[in-house]
Write a new protein. Structure first.
Length: 85
């Protein structure tokens, strides 16, 4: 098998991922960039690394798993019934 040739031979390498964000998310990224005096791309990189660290801690890709959402929804409905009673 042929080895791939990386353009960047250093310890870090760049991965260019084309992505789109909803307008609200993009505005939030811009606000964070202004607040931390970083480029938008750097904010996205930092958020990616923070998300990867969370994944390594709990092994979940999303913050709320579908099963958790179902339990949370059922709990909320039960709490609303108890409050109404």
């Amino acid at each position: 098998m042929k080895e791939s040739k990386r353009k960047n031979k250093g310890p870090n390498f760049n991965v260019y991922v084309g992505t789109t964000f909803r307008h609200e998310v993009f505005c939030e990224i811009e606000a964070l960039a202004a607040n931390y005096q970083l480029a938008n791309a750097q904010v996205v990189r930092e958020l990616f690394l923070r998300g990867l660290a969370a994944y390594n801690r709990d092994g979940r890709l999303s913050e709320v798993e579908p099963a958790d959402l179902t339990v949370a929804t059922q709990f909320s409905k039960q709490a609303a019934i108890e409050i109404a009673a």
